[in-house]
Design a protein around this ligand. Structure first.
Ligand code: HEC
Ligand code: HEC
Ligand code: HEC
Ligand code: HEC
Length: 206
């Protein structure tokens, strides 16, 4: 091949690249996100997850640039409002015979040097949770308690990679919050065998 032809091929490919790389209009987009944003406009108002959310009280939150719904919690917590009993200091509430009011709560989370009840609950304002720096956190936003120590899972959750959606994939986005799945007092899940395994295989091996 002569130098001249090679030069022409290079020039033509370069030109095509320049011409094609930035073509839009007529259904062409800069990237996949532009395409999704533009084409999903047609579906707004027609496809919705709202029917699946009926009967679930939700609140809207914005975290890490994502706005979505999560279930409301305070209405679900048996012993809320805490101040129905916790209107005076703990020392005055504790009975002399050492009986525990919350005997059913066992803390199996971090080790005892790292965590006790007061890491998350504030004796002087029991109706809210408390951050490590002493700021109050609403029970409805308890994910802000968890994110102090579990930043990675929190970020995955805001993006939708950790956790689970409620309803369908159509907007509005509604996601379960941390405490819908993890008991804050005993958050670890035991490793389990899959629910189904091949019994036939076991018979064959016997
Ligand atoms: C029906 C009354 C009642 C309600 C409602 C109640 N508590 Fe208590 N709580 C007590 C009593 C009594 C004690 C003191 C005895 C004890 O230590 O168990 C106590 C103790 C505690 C302690 C200290 C436990 C310890 O071992 O040091 C924490 C933390 C606590 N409560 C959190 C809460 C939170 C959070 C709520 C609301 C979600 C709540 N309580 C609602 C009665 C109540
Ligand atoms: C890691 C943080 C954390 C620690 C430590 C912790 N809690 Fe909680 N606790 C929570 C959160 C978050 C909730 C609300 C859960 C929900 O939304 O269902 C809660 C809920 C409760 C409730 C209300 C439960 C109900 O269903 O009525 C009581 C009572 C309570 N905690 C007591 C305690 C006591 C007593 C201790 C220490 C033995 C303790 N907590 C330690 C985070 C914590
Ligand atoms: C003060 C720090 C702190 C806070 C606040 C906290 N955690 Fe933890 N968490 C730990 C530590 C430390 C461990 C034990 C080490 C580990 O497994 O990462 C742990 C363990 C866990 C585990 C078990 C990890 C496993 O390997 O199975 C889960 C799940 C979890 N936490 C969820 C939560 C949730 C949900 C919240 C909020 C309600 C929360 N944590 C709040 C520090 C914290
Ligand atoms: C839909 C339920 C669900 C929600 C919501 C959820 N998790 Fe989890 N999470 C799980 C399951 C299931 C595992 C266990 C995964 C495994 O064992 O492989 C897990 C594992 C974890 C672990 C252990 C480490 C790991 O990644 O395996 C931590 C820590 C944790 N979650 C924190 C959180 C926090 C913080 C939130 C809220 C921001 C949250 N989770 C929301 C279901 C949930």
């Amino acid at each position: 091949m002569s130098k001249h032809i090679i030069h022409r091929i290079v020039c033509v490919s370069f030109l095509t690249l320049v011409l094609c790389s930035c073509k839009h209009g007529e259904g062409e987009y800069h990237g996949i996100t532009d395409k999704i944003a533009a084409e999903s406009k047609n579906y707004h108002g027609t496809l919705s997850s709202e029917v699946h959310l009926e009967g679930i009280e939700t609140i809207e939150i914005t975290e890490g640039g994502h706005t979505f719904l999560i279930p409301e919690r305070k209405g679900q917590i048996k012993s809320y409002a805490c101040t129905e009993c916790h209107s005076k200091p703990l020392a005055q509430l504790q009975s002399k015979d050492g009986k525990k009011a919350h005997w059913d709560i066992k803390l199996v989370h971090a080790n005892e040097n790292t965590m006790n009840c007061t890491t998350c609950h504030d004796g002087s304002g029991m109706d809210d949770l408390i951050s490590l720096t002493g700021n109050s956190i609403d029970f409805n936003n308890s994910y802000n308690l968890c994110n102090q120590c579990h930043t990675k899972q929190f970020e995955d959750w805001t993006g939708g990679a950790h956790g689970k959606r409620i309803g369908g994939w159509a907007p509005p986005r509604a996601s379960m919050t941390c405490v819908n799945c993890h008991n804050p007092h005993e958050p670890h899940f035991e490793t389990r065998w899959p629910a189904r395994f091949n019994t036939q295989k076991i018979k064959e091996r016997e």
